[in-house]
Design a protein around this ligand. Structure first.
Ligand code: HEM
Length: 408
């Protein structure tokens, strides 16, 4: 058996089950130099939490390096796509990060999110009514739901939003590209950049800034004090559309897979608001959609007894941290009532997820309604036949075929 440092986290086996290799790595050292990936892999809760909060680490540098490589090789092709990144707070460090985050944080308040509950219930109901007895839960429920809700928030109607699924897939080649490559990725990235600009720039331009309007109007109003450029605004909207759609739909599908094998989880999801909310936290912990985040160390420093050299890359393994036995008793066992549950599914520090409240609300309503409506839901294929998207950053199912028998 190869040593933990040589483990390939992109192998077919590790894409299907990342937990076993991550446990092996953590057991060797929670801060481990991966000879396979040529970076530090952090798998302990304390190490990952500290790295999320560490001002010495850069979220911008990893993407900057990938961006400049792409620019050198495909400059004309990918110009529009790379410009969108100007508005992605996630790939910026302070002070640029603060300038990009602040208006979105102000515009995207808890009140705005909570007001969406009836709309989420309505979209869930319509989608579940339309489900066939045999359905792919990803394309038939999770994706249209989350794309619909983020579309509602941004004021993009269903027709104008039809491009979002393919766009998310194409643009994902850029966002997840630091750690995964598919064939023709530059063409897909180019298509995503061009398409987003063509479809969304006129819509954003036509939207008046308003503090009580849709999310685009509110972000426009809040960003006036920060002198955003048009490409920063376009980029920020692309980030909200991408983040608002992709991760939450991945959570709903993964959580359904887990719940199908666990009666206590199903019961909690069907139960009152508090028990369903607690189950969602546990589902985020045990099989959340965020696998890894990348940071770069601009300067040399000590970490976990190791010398981190200037320029080293660090992979912060959220999945690894979320099953650390030093923090979570019986970490591989699902406990829908786990309390406390300090999982790192939404990250930590200055980049803590801005959409956490929306993701929690959507997941709670979607999963609760699903299991109330279809208590006998079955996964239609063997677990080993399920396909996961390859890559280090996200953990998401390509499809989840299910059989639905309506409750009588
Ligand atoms: C289950 C669903 C979701 C999960 C697991 C998730 C997870 C995360 C994580 C781990 C980060 C931190 C990344 C880092 O530190 O590098 C993050 C950042 C972010 N998320 Fe989410 N997210 C989810 C849904 C959403 C939604 C629905 C939205 C918005 C509509 C959203 C918007 C953002 C934004 C804007 C950031 C960047 C924050 C910053 O860089 O300051 N997320 N998310």
């Amino acid at each position: 058996m190869i040593g933990a440092a040589g483990i390939d986290l992109l192998s077919t086996a590790a894409i299907r089950d990342p937990h076993t290799p991550l446990r092996r790595m953590r057991e060797q050292d929670e801060v481990l130099w991966s000879t396979r990936h040529k970076c530090w892999v952090l798998t302990g809760h304390a190490a990952v939490d500290a790295a999320f909060r560490d001002k010495r680490l850069s979220a911008a540098r990893g993407m900057a390096a990938f961006r400049s490589r792409l620019q050198k090789r495909h400059a004309d092709l990918v110009r529009n796509a790379l410009e969108l990144l100007d508005g992605w707070m996630l790939f910026n460090d302070p002070p640029a990060h603060t300038r990009l985050r602040d208006p979105v944080r102000r515009a995207f308040s808890l009140r705005v999110v909570q007001a969406l509950a009836p709309r989420i219930e309505q979209r869930v109901g319509v989608l579940l009514d339309a489900c066939d007895a045999e359905t792919d839960l990803v394309s038939g429920f999770a994706q249209p739901l989350t794309a619909g809700i983020i579309g509602d928030l941004l004021g993009i109607d269903d027709e104008a939003r039809a491009f979002v699924h393919q766009w998310t897939r194409d643009f994902g080649q850029l966002i997840y590209g630091v750690s995964s490559r598919e064939d023709g990725f530059a063409t897909a990235i180019a298509r995503a950049g061009d398409e987003f600009r063509a479809r969304m720039a006129p819509l954003i331009e036509a939207q008046e800034a308003a503090v009580d309007g849709n999310l685009i109007a509110r972000v426009k109003a809040a960003s006036q004090a920060f002198d955003w450029t048009p490409s920063e605004l376009l980029g920020a909207v692309s980030m909200l559309l991408f983040a608002g759609h992709d991760t939450t739909s991945a959570l709903i599908a993964s959580a359904t897979r887990v719940a199908a094998g666990d009666a206590r989880v199903r019961e909690a999801l069907r139960g009152d608001e508090a028990s369903a909310a607690s189950a969602v936290e546990e589902l985020l912990r045990i099989e959340g959609p965020s696998k890894t985040f990348v940071r770069v160390a601009p300067d040399a420093h000590e970490r976990g007894g190791h010398h981190i050299a200037a320029g080293d890359t660090l992979w912060l393994s959220v999945l690894g941290a979320n099953r650390d036995p030093n923090v979570f008793a019986a970490p591989d066992i699902i406990d829908p009532a786990r309390d406390p549950n300090p999982h790192l599914g939404f990250g930590g520090g200055i980049h803590f997820c801005l959409g956490a409240a929306l993701a929690r609300l959507e997941a709670r309503i979607a999963l609760g309604s699903l299991w109330r409506r279809f208590p006998d839901l079955r996964i239609a294929v063997a677990d080993s036949a399920l396909r996961w998207h390859p890559g280090v950053v996200d953990r998401s199912l390509v499809a989840l075929p299910v059989q639905l028998n309506r409750a009588t």
